[in-house]
Structures are given as C-alpha cells and as structure tokens.
Write a protein that binds this ligand. Sequence first.
Ligand SMILES: [Zn+2]
Ligand SMILES: [Zn+2]
Length: 245
Amino acid sequence: MEKINRYFNIPYVLRRIIRTADLSIFLSECRICGNLLVLDNENIICSECRASLIMTDDSCCRICSCPLGNDADICGKCLVDPPPFQKHLSFTPYKGLIKKLILLYKYGQVEGLKHLFTSLLLELYKEKCNRKIDAIIPVPQDRGRKREFSPIMEITELMSNNLKIEHLSDVLVKVKKTVPQAGLGKSRRLKNLDGAFKLQNPVRLEGKTVLLIDDVYTTGTTVRKCAGLLRRFAAEVVVMTLART
Ligand SMILES: [Zn+2]
Ligand SMILES: [Zn+2]
C-alpha cells in the first residue's frame, strides 16, 4: 500500500514514463521500508526514513552522554572513574532504524551508507562539538575476511574531507583480533581489549585536540581504551559515535 501511495506522489509525467516503459524494475527500493527511491537525493534509504533520524537531546552526563534520570550533570560512572576523554557525543540511542542501518553497513556491507552516517556525524559535530579539532581518528576495527572494508575509516575520511581537518587514520592501530564486547562482563571486556590497540608514530598527536570516531558506544570500554592511549600524547580527546546503548 505504501509503495502504491508513493508511486502516485511521483510527478505525473515521470509516472507515465515509468509505466509506459515499465521502468519500475530499474528503480531501487528503500532498504528499510521498501518505498521506491525516486528522488535525486535518495540513496539506499528513502527521504521519509532519513527524516526520521533525529538527533536526540535528552538530559545526559556532560562527559560521557549517558542518559541521566536525575538533575545531576555527571553520571556516577564518570564521577568514580573519570574517562580519559573530555567528552563523548552521540547522535541517537542505539535502537530501531539506526541500529538496522549500522548492522546493514557493517555486516551487510552496504557501503553507500557511509554518506548518510557522515552527514549525521557532521550534524552532531556542528551542533554540539564546540571545540577546535586538530585531527580526526577512527577507532580501528578488525579487518573483514572477504576484503578490505574499514567501515569507520570510510566515514572519518569523508568527515575529514568535508571539515578540512587532518585525518590521522594510521596513528591508532588494532594489533589483536577481539571478540564482540557486547555480552561480556567488565573484567572480560577489559581482558578482551588488553593489548588490542597500539600507537604508531604518536608524535603526530602532540598537543592536538583529536576527535575519535566509533559507530556505537556500549559500555565505553573500547573508546576509553583508545582515548587512554591517545591521551599519552594528545592534549584532548573528544569522542563521537552514531549511537549509544
Ligand atoms: Zn524508507
Ligand atoms: Zn558519564
């Protein structure tokens, strides 16, 4: 039904062409809702799905951005064990549409989604970063078996080009394969990441405020680990993610 309604929103002339030549088989469908992609700016998902991705602005910890149920401005975790980063910003909670899209990007290898994710992170950066950033750094990932696809690095490269900020894509590297952090207890999470990352040529970080980018912030163990390494040389580390649990 949705599909039919949307078809009738297409300008009449275009609709005639589509019907006459039966071009509908050449039109892509939104990977989320199945709408036909008929507008110029539609790529992989339709403009209606895109419009439903809204930056959340609920009350949260001013350091790690976890939601707060009271009117304190720092969460208990940051009070007891302050993170090595100055601030973490996230676009939206990790559920619903954003979760589907991130999984589609990382595991379905729908690489074109990098443009959408970059636009969300740029929106977040412009709205909330409030700092002069000297370099952008991706959280390094395990390499996929099939081919070289670094989902986060694809995004940081586009961000760096857009913002004209240096891209330090190889200063932080992953040297050990790890199992997914989700579902592990605190001590196993730490053990899992033990020795997983290292710095290369860290002198390039000296005195810089760096922006560390990851897709999802779950317990924060991964970005804490990475930020801790970066902070040995960098002046400040700001973290940005697409979504947080
Ligand atoms: Zn859609
Ligand atoms: Zn916090």
